[in-house]
Design a binder for this molecule. Structure first.
Ligand code: TPP
Length: 178
């Protein structure tokens, strides 16, 4: 009998193992998030930035990138993105508890300010959307150095009303035309 359904993941070059890894990262992100809320409600950690509802989009984007080559400039909700790029649940908890071993900032920054030279996670600052022109800058540097890499940047839809977003878009178009 003719096969009625097409496994679209195969058409994309993905394997069942890839799907398993993606799902695992989604669930890990959700479980870390849920634990953080409990810790917060119990008064153990002061701040939580939730990734709930965005895990699939984050995993979909992160798995399309080349770890060790591409740079990511995530925003505060991107737990699944940074997990895929090499951060661990322990790293995220060290940040939430503001511990000295927190790999992002040694416990000095608010949670969700991801940064890791080793994992090519570019440190973001608190004003929303500032990471967008930074991403264009990293891409421009790569282009000037003739390096083949991608920069990934994310932000909430509210952030698209910031000047940084429009300036980054305009810069990107100008660079592409050169
Ligand atoms: C320039 C600037 N203005 C205001 C804030 C305070 N602030 C932090 S998160 C946030 C909401 C941003 O909304 P959106 O970009 O849609 O992302 P979401 O949190 O909804 O995913 C605001 C206003 C900030 N960090 N930076």
């Amino acid at each position: 009998m003719e096969q009625m359904t097409v496994n679209s993941y195969e058409e994309l070059g993905l394997t069942k193992q890839d799907l398993g890894a993606m799902y695992e990262t989604m669930v890990r992100a959700r479980k870390i998030d849920e634990r953080m809320w409990k810790l917060n409600r119990a008064g153990k950690i002061p701040f939580v930035v939730s990734c709930q509802g965005q895990e699939a989009a984050q995993v979909g984007a992160a798995f399309a990138l080349e770890k060790g080559t591409d740079y990511i400039l995530p925003y505060y909700r991107d737990v699944a993105v940074v997990l895929h790029f090499g951060q661990t649940a322990r790293d995220l908890m060290l940040s939430a508890f503001a511990k000295a071993e927190d790999p992002n900032s040694g416990g000095r920054q608010m949670p969700g300010h991801f940064g890791s030279k080793q994992h090519r996670i570019v440190t973001g600052s608190s004003p929303v959307t500032t990471q967008v022109p930074h991403a264009v800058g990293v891409a421009l540097a790569a282009k000037l150095k003739k390096e083949e890499l991608v920069t990934f940047v994310s932000f909430g839809e509210g952030s698209s009303n910031q000047g940084d977003f429009h300036e980054a878009r305009t810069s990107r178009v100008c660079i592409s035309c050169q």
